[in-house]
Design a protein around this ligand. Structure first.
Ligand SMILES: [Mn+2]
Length: 436
């Protein structure tokens, strides 16, 4: 696995200017209450180059005199008191395990960082991610500037550039290893969805489904969700980021389940919508099939060298013609496209990147102008959410349906990571008829 990290560093070095350094900080810890923190979440870019999961660390790539070297500042061995928090990597092991040329203690940054950056032309740093780290960075530059006024041995870098463009471009195309991790995350999430679907019945609470889902994540070694699990029944299915999950599910309602776990830091993001009592009502089934048709059309269209805009237009045209055919909207397709009336029913994007983050590579847009390439990994998630207003026939009001698959673009088309999770109404009804 370590070859992966070395390859990534090599690729980044190749893009760096001569006499330059790239600085990437680990994520800071977030305090939850008084003297304890939220579960630690490593910064995804830091992880991408190091595979290292400790806080208080700074990873540096230096390109000087055509010589590439890596340095890490990390916590001193057991500074956090081994008895309370367990042991950490320390400096000596960092050299071997993280494949770096030098390892210094975190507290040494003030004394060493300015020397490391001395006489470089360019420093790549992402300003604004963390105030405390920005301060360390700016104070270091200022120190060099002040010293350079008095002593020719010192000179501050002249240009500060952002590494994000390079790094996110790299992260956008996944390696075989990364695709394997995403597949594993999807496989485990599929088990969790099946468990929840089987367990679902009227009078149970939404959080009982959450419990089934998280149980399956945990027993398969996934200690972290990709995002807060969404289980929304009835009207809650129309709330896109509903995470209260505390309502009793009723007979005749739908329940939307959006849940995915992380495997080796790689995410999955899957949604299914099912009838609480195991049988779709007529109107629910009609809307469900429209969403399914949108999804199937999209899955046919996701392939290399196509612009996302082309896919969006075709999927939205399909949505409009179907909504028209059941009388929920009126007008010509051209007019309806122009007025963007579909946003009343489908207000989020059709797709987003997945990877180390569930909304991966946020610095690289996944929008109309993006052209798809092999190795890109996405969640595809058409949905219809019908508002509860008087213009809508009564039985359609409050129906919220989303179906979400995860895919990777291949040389010829795409591969669906989540292919093995049932999604037609008949399959869902059949599964819900089985005894638990
Ligand atoms: Mn999603």
């Amino acid at each position: 696995m370590y070859q992966e990290y070395l390859n990534r560093r090599k690729k980044l070095f190749a893009q760096m200017a001569p006499e330059s350094a790239t600085l990437i900080f680990a994520a800071a810890e977030n305090n939850k209450n008084f003297d304890y923190n939220f579960q630690y979440r490593q910064d995804k870019n830091f992880f991408y180059f190091t595979g290292f999961n400790e806080p208080q660390a700074l990873f540096i790539l230096i390109k000087r005199h055509n010589n590439n070297q890596c340095i890490i500042f990390n916590q001193k061995k057991n500074t956090n008191n081994k008895q309370w928090f367990g042991s950490n990597l320390g400096q000596k092991s960092a050299l071997k395990k993280l494949y770096v040329n030098y390892s210094y203690t975190w507290n040494d940054i003030e004394n060493r960082l300015y020397l490391i950056l001395n006489y470089l032309h360019v420093v790549y740093y992402a300003i604004g991610l963390n105030e405390k780290y920005d301060k360390i960075f700016f104070l270091t530059l200022e120190k060099l500037r002040l010293k350079s006024k008095k002593n020719k041995k010192f000179c501050a870098p002249k240009r500060i550039l952002d590494w994000r463009l390079f790094v996110y471009k790299m992260r956008l195309i996944k390696s075989k290893q990364e695709i394997y991790f995403i597949q594993k995350a999807c496989d485990i999430s599929i088990l969790a969805h099946i468990r929840a679907i089987k367990f679902c019945q009227p009078k149970r609470y939404e959080y009982e489904l959450v419990a089934e889902i998280h149980h399956e994540f945990l027993r398969n070694g996934c200690l972290t969700n990709s995002y807060n699990t969404i289980v929304g029944s009835g009207e809650n299915s129309c709330i896109l980021h509903y995470t209260k999950n505390n309502k009793k599910m009723k007979n005749g309602e739908l329940v939307l389940i959006d849940a995915g776990c992380e495997y080796c830091n790689y995410t999955s993001d899957i949604t299914r919508t099912i009838p609480v009592n195991g049988i779709f009502l007529k109107e629910q089934r009609i809307i469900y099939h429209i969403v399914l048709d949108m999804l199937n059309l999209a899955l046919k269209l996701f392939k290399p060298n196509i612009k996302i805009k082309i896919i969006n237009i075709q999927v939205i045209q399909l949505l409009l013609s179907k909504l028209k055919s059941i009388g929920l909207i009126n007008g010509t397709i051209n007019q309806l496209m122009h007025t963007k009336i579909y946003k009343k029913f489908f207000m989020h994007r059709l797709c987003h990147w997945i990877g180390l983050s569930v909304h991966d590579c946020e610095y690289m847009p996944c929008n109309d102008n993006t052209i798809l390439k092999p190795g890109m990994t996405l969640a595809v998630e058409p949905g219809i959410y019908i508002p509860k207003n008087n213009n809508i026939p009564f039985l359609y009001r409050g129906i919220g349906i989303r179906i979400e698959e995860n895919i990777v673009i291949t040389s010829k088309g795409n591969k669906i990571f989540t292919q093995n999770l049932i999604k037609t109404p008949n399959e869902i009804e059949k599964l819900m008829r089985k005894p638990i």
